[in-house]
Design a protein around this ligand. Structure first.
Ligand code: DGT
Ligand code: MG
Length: 382
C-alpha cells in the first residue's frame, strides 16, 4: 500500500480516521491497563461504558507524547479524555497501575468470563449465563457441559464428503488451545499463497490481498483475513458470485479447510461473530496447512481464516474496511455519516439520500471520496 504523509494528520481530531495511530504507542502500558476495564465492561454487557473506554483508548494510541506530569495538562484536553480517565491516569502515574484494573484482574468472574469468551461462538451474554445460571468456572466444566467428546465424534461419523462441517461450540472447545496461538507473518503468507494457488486452478485472474492486523503491521495475528477479487472487471462479478462455496469445498476436499463457521452472501442472524457489518460474500473457516515438506516434524496448527469475496465495485472499500482496526473503521462510518451525508461500509460508499454508489478505484480513492487525508494501514491501529 502507498505511504502517507502523517504531518497532514492530527492526534487532536475527534475521528480515529484523521489521527495517526501506530501499532505501539508511547503509552502502551496505560492502554493495556485501561483495556482490562474496557474488556470487563464488555463482558458485563455494559455496551455504552465499553464504547467510552474504546474511544478513550483510541485517543491515547494516537497521542505521540509520553504521559507525565508535564504533558498531563495537554492530555486532559484530548477528545474522550474526561474526569474518570484523568483519575485513572493519575493512579497509573503514581502507582504504576490502575486500582480498578488490579481488582478486576484478581476476580474469578473476570477470569472465567474472559476464558469462556475465548471460545468461538460464546459471546459475553452466554458466558454470563454459564457463570451465573449454571455455576461454571473452568474450561473443563465447559467440556462436560457441552458434551464435547460425544458430539464431535458423532459429527465425524456423519460427515458429508462434500461439505465442511459447521464449526460449533464443541469443536471450538476442542481446538481452543490451538486457535489461541498467534500466527506469525510467514504462516499468514503461506495461507494466502495456498488460497491463491487453489483459486488459480478454478480460474486464472483472481487477486487476493491480506488485510486485518497483518496489513497494519502486526507481527503476530489471531486470524488470517483475505479479501479476494478478480482482475478482469467485465467478468469479475460473475466470477465472485458463489465462489465462497466453491472454494471452501475444494479446500475441504484437500484437507485444508476442516470446518466453516459461516458461509454466506448476506447477513446471517445467528452468525458466530457478534456483528456482520457488510453484505459481502464471506467464508469464515478453520484451516490446517498440509505438512511442511522441508520440515515434516513441524507442528501443524488449526488457524482461523476469513475469506471475503468482493466484486469490483466493492473491492477497495472491502480492503479498507477489513484492514481495520475496528475503531478506525467505525469512525470512517461515523465521519461519512456526520460530515459527508455518505454511508460507508466494506460493501461500498453510497449517498444517503438516493443510495447511489460511488465506486472507488484504489485505496487512496476511498479516502478521497470521503474527503479524508489518506492514512496508510500501519497508522490505522486505533
Ligand atoms: P487479529 O485479532 O490479529 O485478527 O486483529 P484484526 O485487526 O485482524 O481483527 P479481526 O480479524 O477481528 O478483523 C479484521 C478487521 O476486519 C477488523 O479490524 C474489523 C473488520 N471486521 C471484522 N469482522 C467484520 C465483519 O463482520 N464485517 C466487516 N465489514 N468488517 C469486519
Ligand atoms: Mg484478523
Amino acid at each position: 500500500p502507498p505511504k502517507c504523509d502523517i504531518s497532514k494528520l492530527s492526534y487532536l481530531s475527534n475521528y480515529c480516521c484523521q489521527r495517526p495511530s501506530p501499532l505501539k504507542c508511547p503509552n502502551q502500558e496505560l492502554v493495556e491497563q485501561l483495556a482490562v476495564i474496557m474488556r470487563f465492561r464488555d463482558l458485563e454487557g455494559e455496551a455504552m461504558q465499553m464504547l467510552a473506554y474504546e474511544k478513550t483508548i483510541a485517543t491515547i494510541k494516537a497521542f505521540p507524547k509520553k504521559i507525565t506530569e508535564d504533558t498531563l495538562e495537554e492530555f486532559s484536553k484530548l477528545p474522550y479524555v474526561g474526569q474518570k480517565t484523568m483519575t485513572k491516569t493519575r493512579e497509573f502515574l503514581s502507582l504504576g497501575h490502575i486500582l480498578e484494573t488490579k481488582t478486576i484482574l484478581a476476580s474469578e468472574r473476570y477470569e472465567s468470563l474472559s476464558l469462556f469468551t475465548q471460545v468461538f461462538g460464546i459471546g459475553a451474554s452466554v458466558a454470563r449465563q454459564l457463570y451465573d445460571v449454571h455455576g461454571l468456572r473452568t474450561i473443563e466444566q465447559l467440556h462436560l457441559f457441552y458434551d464435547v467428546d460425544a458430539i464431535v465424534d458423532k459429527d465425524e461419523d456423519v460427515a458429508d464428503p462434500d461439505e465442511p462441517p459447521e464449526f460449533r461450540i464443541p469443536h471450538a472447545l476442542r481446538l481452543m488451545d490451538e486457535l489461541n496461538l498467534k500466527i506469525p507473518r510467514s504462516e499468514v503468507e503461506s495461507i494466502r499463497d495456498l488460497v491463491m494457488s487453489e483459486l488459480e486452478k478454478i480460474e486464472p485472474g483472481y487477486v487476493g490481498i491480506l488485510v486485518g492486523g497483518y496489513r497494519r503491521g502486526k507481527q503476530e495475528s489471531n486470524d488470517v483475513d483475505i479479501v479476494i477479487g478478480h482482475s478482469d472487471p467485465s467478468t469479475a462479478k460473475a466470477k465472485i458470485t458463489g465462489l465462497s462455496k466453491k472454494l471452501t469445498r475444494r479446500l475441504y476436499k484437500k484437507g485444508v479447510v476442516t470446518n466453516v463457521m459461516h458461509l454466506s452472501s448476506f447477513r446471517a442472524p445467528n452468525a458466530m461473530r457478534t456483528a456482520h457489518w457488510d453484505s459481502l460474500e464471506k467464508a469464515l473457516t478453520v484451516f490446517i496447512l498440509p505438512p511442511n515438506l522441508k520440515n515434516p516434524k513441524a507442528p501443524r496448527v488449526h488457524r482461523r481464516v476469513d475469506l471475503i469475496f468482493a466484486a469490483p465495485q466493492s473491492f477497495w472499500t472491502a480492503v479498507v474496511g477489513w484492514s481495520g482496526s475496528k475503531m478506525f473503521q467505525r469512525d470512517l462510518r461515523r465521519w461519512a455519516k456526520d460530515k459527508k451525508m455518505l454511508k460507508f461500509d466494506s460493501t461500498g460508499i453510497t449517498h444517503r439520500w438516493d443510495s447511489k454508489q460511488i465506486v472507488a478505484s484504489s485505496e487512496e480513492d476511498v479516502f478521497r471520496i470521503l474527503g479524508l487525508e489518506y492514512v496508510s494501514p500501519e497508522w490505522r491501529n486505533a
